[in-house]
Design a protein around this ligand. Structure first.
Ligand code: DGY
Length: 318
């Protein structure tokens, strides 16, 4: 008998068909974002869930999930939306989708840094309202080429950002839980603490995962370590940054401009971010290419398939 999978969000058609060929599947045709309560009630008596970053599956939700559920395959590399320890305690395997979105996300990170540093938002408004003329001092930004880039979190995506940044002649500095092998760090300069990284960075790329340890890691205290006029980009998670502190830093010139794709309490955006000009916003587009989204759903499906074949899924995170 086919295993029953509850899919929380609409997927690309081919991915839904693949799932249907393997499992008895309930799809979300309207792509409604379910509340935790709805996830609990709708997934009752299913064997697994294919979730997404928009599903907050915390310890309380997990405790109320049907005991038939044995796996949550998150269709994302980040799994900060799921309490993986609570899941483990209940005997639920959690998987993610690493690798397949590294390039797309690193591309967006470069776009965020460029969009912020070269004042793309103000440029767009000026062009749209026809209120501009070329002049020697019109919308001067900061040049990214040949600067020092600090990378916070040198995992797959951080390293892919470093690779791209090198093509801009940037000098790579990074902070990570541990120093990487020289192969992986590939000329990058390791900083064992955040302070030392921030003091060196002219551009800062946030690429660490969202964990209880990284929540509000960029806060009033740590922002003080930055040089005046640093450009910051965040394609990781909104809750790594204390928004109030960032707004202050954007106003007082510690941060020249902030490019971000991810938000605290998405899809809400801190209202001050919508008022400031030195900000470049995107609506969580990091992995938004057809190829990447297809790969993410494929990988989540593969994790489900392996799990129910009795194998350890390659992307188990708990
Ligand atoms: C991820 O996979 O964690 C991305 O943020 C999804 O877009």
């Amino acid at each position: 008998m086919k295993k029953k999978i509850f899919v929380t969000r609409r997927l690309l058609k081919e991915n839904e068909e693949k799932l249907q060929s393997l499992f008895e599947v309930t799809l979300n045709k309207d792509d409604k974002i379910y509340s935790p309560q709805e996830i609990i009630s709708r997934s009752k008596n299913y064997d697994g869930i294919l979730s997404s970053v928009t599903d907050p599956i915390n310890a309380d939700t997990i405790s109320k999930l049907s005991s038939s559920i044995k796996i949550i395959a998150n269709g994302a590399v980040g799994f900060g939306n799921i309490d993986i320890q609570a899941a483990k305690a209940k005997g639920i395997t959690v998987t993610n989708t690493p690798d397949v979105l590294t390039d797309a996300t690193a591309d967006i990170q470069i776009l965020l840094l460029l969009g912020a540093s070269r004042r793309a938002y103000e440029g767009r408004i000026a062009a749209e309202t026809q209120k501009w003329k070329w002049s020697f001092d019109f919308l001067l930004g900061k040049q990214m080429s040949n600067k020092r880039l600090g990378i916070l979190g040198m995992g797959r995506i951080g390293r892919a950002v470093a690779k791209r940044a090198k093509a801009f002649g940037m000098e790579i500095h990074y902070h990570n839980r541990s120093k990487l092998s020289s192969d992986l760090e590939d000329g990058g300069i390791y900083h064992k603490d955040l302070k030392s990284l921030f003091e060196q960075s002219e551009f800062l790329s946030i690429n660490c995962p969202a964990t209880p340890e990284t929540k509000n890691l960029i806060n009033r205290e740590t922002l003080k370590y930055l040089k005046e006029n640093t450009v910051v980009g965040n394609a990781a998670r909104g809750d790594i940054v204390d928004d109030e502190a960032m707004v202050e830093a954007l106003k007082n010139g510690t941060v020249f401009a902030y490019g971000l794709d991810v938000y605290n309490g998405e899809p809400k955006i801190h209202p001050e971010y919508l008022k400031l000009k030195n900000i470049f916003l995107l609506p969580h587009l990091g992995s938004a290419t057809k190829r990447t989204r297809w790969d993410m759903a494929y990988r989540a499906t593969k994790n489900l398939e392996d799990f129910f074949l009795g194998k350890k899924p390659q992307d188990q995170v708990n």
